[in-house]
Design a protein. Sequence first.
Length: 231
Amino acid sequence: MAAPRLPEIPVANFLRDTRAVSAIEFAFVVPVLLLFLVAAFDCGRLVYASERVEAVANQIAEMLAETPKSAAAATAGDGLVASSDILSLYNSGPFIFPDVLSQAQQQNVAWSQLLKLDMASVSFAATPTGCTTNCTYTPKIIWNYGDTAFLRACKSALTGVADSSATNPATLPTDVFGPNSVLVVDVHYSWSPTFGAAYFSPVTFARSIYLSPRYVTNVEATSGNGVNICS
């Protein structure tokens, strides 16, 4: 008995058959669409993080600049901020930027490992003494507080650089040099994507805000709580 023959399917009919084409196209398109959605989501997070880092630096600097005159200050007419208040300003970072707490929890680290805050009060000595024009100003740090990796260290020789220069604990923008003091708040944030964090390095945002005190010549600080008083 002869073996049964399989039905012959003309090549032309096979090429015209469009059944299941949509499913195949869908299988190719969906991964690309998902990739775009994930990228759009992380781009939104990236923009939000940049805005919040700026807000943290701005709000802490604004609160420091509001320091009033104090009879307890070492120099008459200066303001005096308590070290406990400086610590409170430091701890306000996650309240201004709440996403830091959720990111720290996901990565199983302290929030301070992702969001690093540094504060300093800087005065300027004019040379020659008593000059009003053509003066040379030498910065001197009054006090500092924050992360040691980015801290503007006591007795460091802060050099003037262009405003567009990257944040550096050893420099100050030349525009802030003058007869008044300046409060400096530096913020660094390590941002990681929601998806693919194992394959991409974190992105670090760095923002610095420079504000002159509103009501006093200099803002001094009390010691304690990790605040360094520079002699």
